[in-house]
Design a protein around this ligand. Structure first.
Ligand code: PSU
Ligand code: MN
Length: 301
């Protein structure tokens, strides 16, 4: 693994570091604007007082923290694969480029000693999973990976209720950040209630300390941070686009790791960019909160 000098220094001093995933950049946001958004996400982490570490495989080397060249490569190159945990060794062995999902980012971050991680939305249980068996490896990986993942819940393209049940089974804790409702990604409230609410980064840091003391930190903790009300996608537009996207998915017979990127792209196209604006704002918001949590936790240690 190649750890960026700035990240290595911060880790050595027990400073605040936030891991960022790269699939969201390569497969979740449209080119060419994705590069500038990736830079803004890193800046949001910095503004909150932490060092960003975007994670990706560049020419066969896992990178923890990317310089601008590597970030451009991941954002713009056509030959960057979406890489889950099971693909990591193969992409490295072949010397390829890989954008890491929540699962593989959390895995590499934990190996580098980074605990706090920001993303947009988690993968989860897909609708019709009873037939397709499509459940993201994000869930199983987070069940055995030490990480605090700040996200805006899961997209409504998934079976939200089933995903919440799986989080419970897999010992993945969920804290609502200033909410007692599980966020619905493009919408602030998915309609599902949460057991726990926290209101400050310091409160999350206290939970992190207690996880360590109690030995319950071998699985992940989700900090569910709703999109700000001003940035929500219109409810009616959301529902209409969701129905259309799921129908298009079925009609085209799309399967496996292509499902999530297909639906994201469908949303961006069909809402004429409105879902993209929501998506960018919620990621920036998550990056900021993750930075604040990492900063609060570094003070506690
Ligand atoms: N959710 C989003 N945007 C994304 C993803 C999820 O709102 O870009 C990406 C993340 O990298 C996540 C991955 O880990 O999709 C999940 O893919 P799958 O459903 O194939 O496991
Ligand atoms: Mn899947």
């Amino acid at each position: 693994m190649q750890v960026h000098p700035e990240v290595r220094e911060a880790l050595a001093e027990g400073g605040a570091v936030v891991a960022l995933e790269s699939t969201i950049i390569s497969h979740g946001l449209p080119r060419p604007g994705n590069l500038e958004i990736a830079r803004q996400i890193e800046q949001a982490v910095r503004d909150a007082g932490a060092v960003p570490a975007t994670i990706a495989i560049v020419r066969g080397v896992p990178h923890i923290g990317l310089d601008d060249d590597a970030l451009s490569q991941i954002a713009w190159s056509e030959d960057t694969d979406k890489v889950s945990v099971r693909d990591l060794a193969t992409v490295v062995a072949k010397g390829g480029n890989g954008a890491t999902t929540v699962a593989s980012t959390a895995h590499l971050a934990a190996r580098a000693g980074i605990e706090v991680f920001a993303t947009g939305g988690l993968g989860g249980v897909h609708r019709e999973a009873r037939e397709s068996w499509d459940e993201s490896a994000d869930l199983t990986t987070l069940s055995r990976t030490r990480a605090v993942v700040v996200c805006a819940g899961v997209k409504s393209i998934l079976d939200v209720g089933a995903t919440i049940e799986r989080l419970e089974t897999l010992n993945i804790g969920v804290l609502g950040y200033r909410t007692k409702s599980f966020p619905g990604f493009y919408r602030a409230d998915s309609g599902y209630a949460l057991d726990w609410r926290v209101d400050t980064a310091a409160e999350v840091a206290e939970v992190m300390v207690q996880r360590g003391l109690l030995g319950t930190d071998s699985s992940a903790l989700i900090v569910a941070n709703p999109v700000p009300a001003a940035d929500e996608l219109d409810a009616e537009l959301h529902d209409r686009t969701l129905t259309g996207g799921l129908a298009a998915l079925r009609a085209r017979g799309i399967r496996g790791k292509a499902v999530t990127p297909f639906l994201l792209e469908y949303f961006h196209r069909e809402t004429a960019g409105a879902s993209l604006t929501t998506n960018v704002q919620l990621v920036l918001n998550n990056a900021r909160v993750a930075g604040e949590i990492a900063a609060a936790y570094s003070v506690r240690r």
